[in-house]
Design a protein around this ligand. Structure first.
Ligand SMILES: *Cc1c(COP(=O)(O)O)cnc(C)c1O
Length: 249
């Protein structure tokens, strides 16, 4: 079943929130400290509107092109739009203007392209705008690949310190934290070590950089409760909110 109806999405959201509350409670955390990023990839803009009606304010899309086609239909909604999928260099400029956040930075080359895209003056009057002139930075997360089976994307753990140090030097980017996609394991409990690992990497990195890295984006439909127990501040939920996707992406 595909949920684009307000009532189905609202009911799904109610169940997700209940489970967030229980998971947060088990870890001595507050449900309000966990943000739901609604993953609307493959679903039509109506589904985004319904989810927004139900109260959601963060949305994740994994393809620049797909989002470009839906964005005009929902641009009037107040929300934070996250890119959560792998970004190719030739789409960095579009991504920087279409998304409010990029959660999937996995190389310095991509970070530099996003930084350069944000420095472009859209009026054409100046070669480059400063952060002060622009008035905001582009918030980003670094995606870390913690297992070879997971996906081809994400920075290797061994590359993380140097990458993070490079990213924080880029004036137009603001590094908020880390993201990961662990392997899909039938038993969500078995994913726990990946989540605790990401939290440890975040803690080490924050010390090294001397700045807080507030965001840990981890946990999807089938394992978000474990992620919350391990400290997730953002969970990315698609299937459990909108229903099964027609095609695997
Ligand atoms: C598709 C996707 C999700 C959501 O997955 P579900 O299992 O449907 O909740 C989360 N994060 C990323 C990066 C995705 O591509």
């Amino acid at each position: 079943m595909t949920a684009t109806e307000n009532s189905a999405i609202a009911a799904n959201l109610g169940r997700i929130k209940e489970r967030i509350k229980l998971a947060a409670g088990r870890a001595g955390r507050r449900a309000e400290d966990v943000t739901i990023v609604a993953v609307s990839k493959t679903f039509p803009f109506e589904a985004i509107r319904s989810a927004h009606d139900a109260g959601l304010r963060h949305f994740g899309e994994n393809r620049v092109q797909e989002w470009e086609s839906k964005q005009p239909r929902v641009a009037n909604l107040g929300a934070t739009w996250h890119l959560i999928g792998h970004l190719q260099g030739n789409k960095a400029r579009r991504a920087a203007s279409l998304f409010d956040r990029v959660d999937s930075v996995d190389s310095l080359a991509i970070a530099q392209k996003l930084d350069a895209a944000f420095a472009v003056d859209h009026t054409g009057e100046k070669e480059e705008v400063t952060v002060a002139e622009r008035g905001k930075q582009l918030p980003v997360l670094i995606e870390v690949r913690l297992s070879d089976e997971t996906s081809k994307n994400g920075a290797k753990e061994s590359d993380l310190p140097a990458l993070a140090e490079g990213v924080v030097k880029l004036a137009h980017l603001q590094l908020l934290g880390l993201m990961t996609i662990p392997p899909f394991l039938d038993e969500p409990e078995n994913v726990r070590p990946y989540f605790s690992k990401l939290r440890e990497l975040r803690d080490d990195l924050a010390l090294r950089l001397g700045q807080p890295l507030r965001v840990l984006s981890m946990g999807m439909s089938h394992d978000f409760e474990i992620a919350i127990e391990e400290g997730a501040t953002e969970i990315r939920v698609g299937t459990r909110l909108f229903g099964e996707r027609a095609a695997k992406t």
